[in-house]
Design a protein around this ligand. Structure first.
Ligand SMILES: *[C@@H]1O[C@H](CO)[C@@H](O)[C@H](O)[C@H]1NC(C)=O
Ligand SMILES: *[C@@H]1O[C@H](CO)[C@@H](O)[C@H](O)[C@H]1NC(C)=O
Ligand SMILES: *[C@@H]1O[C@H](CO)[C@@H](O)[C@H](O)[C@H]1NC(C)=O
Ligand SMILES: *[C@@H]1O[C@H](CO)[C@@H](O)[C@H](O)[C@H]1NC(C)=O
Ligand SMILES: *[C@@H]1O[C@H](CO)[C@@H](O)[C@H](O)[C@H]1NC(C)=O
Length: 273
């Protein structure tokens, strides 16, 4: 580190010797790390250039209200409450000809969050869990754990067909293959680490039995069977009436039978009265 300073000081020296009025911006601090608040300052020195104004950028975007049309060569920015969303690259920009600027990095622990805190998959199928990260810098390492009896067992990628981990700096995905109700239900922890430290989040994985996956299908089948049965019974009951209406000759005995029955009924009814 010290050597780097010496080298850069030498290079800066040479560069300054070549262009005697080259503007330099001295920042304080050089970077902000793991702090809850900070005061960033930029001091434009060695400049004979006229300054038409200045402003601050956060991750390349203008910070509202930071624009000044003063000729001041010294700017301060107060960061009252630093969170993962206020981390990133801050730049003070002096409107000279040409423009000069300097960057101050504000680093925080990574913010790690599960896309969904509860996931589910079907037995013998696969289940996928996703965690994302925001902030600066993004995690350089992602680790997954399975919680078993209160302790966390790391899941090593590539040691079996059971687990598959795919990671980019801002996202990690754990896929559990061939889900089993006995072994795979439970809490899984995703853990993202950057140079400042680690943050994690937890996801609960549920596994549904194959039968449970079949329930909606079985429901539909049952519905169809009931419907067909109802229609069948209805049609069967209607048939004798239809026959008497449509076919006189064939149904003649039937007809007389039924009228006789009716007569009997009437007689019986009268008798009972
Ligand atoms: C800016 O830098 C110059 C030259 O190093 C120094 O004289 C001046 O006091 C600094 N200004 C502030 C506000 O620190
Ligand atoms: C710009 O100048 C005005 C007065 O000249 C002063 O009140 C204000 O604080 C200055 N702003 C900055 C950003 O230096
Ligand atoms: C995990 O292993 C798979 C296949 O072996 C590979 O494609 C993937 O990049 C690995 N993931 C990580 C985070 O190393
Ligand atoms: C993640 O990073 C990639 C490139 O590194 C970017 O394209 C993508 O938008 C990022 N996603 C999120 C959610 O920030
Ligand atoms: C940053 O702060 C957290 C607690 O807020 C601490 O656990 C971590 O060790 C710190 N990291 C460094 C690099 O100081």
């Amino acid at each position: 580190m010290k050597l780097l300073w010496v080298v850069s000081a030498l290079l800066l020296g040479c560069w300054r010797a070549n262009a005697s009025t080259a503007p330099t911006i001295v920042t304080d601090p050089l970077e902000v790390s793991n702090q809850t608040s900070a005061v960033l300052s930029c001091n434009l020195t060695e400049s004979s250039l006229p300054i038409k104004g200045s402003h601050w950028l956060h991750n390349g975007k203008l910070i509202d209200g930071s624009e000044s049309t003063n000729a001041t060569a010294y700017r301060i920015l107060y960061l009252h409450k630093i969170t993962h969303s206020s981390g990133g690259k801050y730049e003070c920009v002096f409107l000279t000809e040409p423009e000069v600027k300097q960057t101050i990095e504000v680093k925080t622990l990574p913010h790690v969050a599960a896309s969904k805190h509860s996931e589910h998959g079907n037995e013998n199928d696969k289940g996928a869990m996703v965690c994302v990260s925001h902030g600066y810098p993004l995690p350089t390492d992602w680790t997954w754990f399975k919680e078993e009896d209160g302790s966390q067992t790391p899941i090593i990628n590539g040691t079996s067909d059971k687990y598959e981990i795919k990671s980019t700096p801002n996202k990690t995905t754990l896929t559990v293959n061939d889900l089993s109700i006995e072994n795979d239900i439970g809490h899984y922890v995703c853990s993202g680490t950057n140079e400042l430290g680690t943050n994690s989040d937890k996801i609960y994985l549920r596994v549904r039995s194959r039968l449970a996956a079949l329930w909606p299908f079985l429901g539909i089948v049952a519905e169809v069977i009931i419907l067909v049965t109802i229609i069948f019974i209805y049609e069967k009951r209607r048939k004798p009436d239809e026959v008497t209406d449509d076919d006189d000759s064939g149904a003649a005995p039937l007809k007389s039978n039924s009228t006789e029955n009716h007569k009997d009924k009437n007689v019986r009814q009268r008798n009972s009265n």
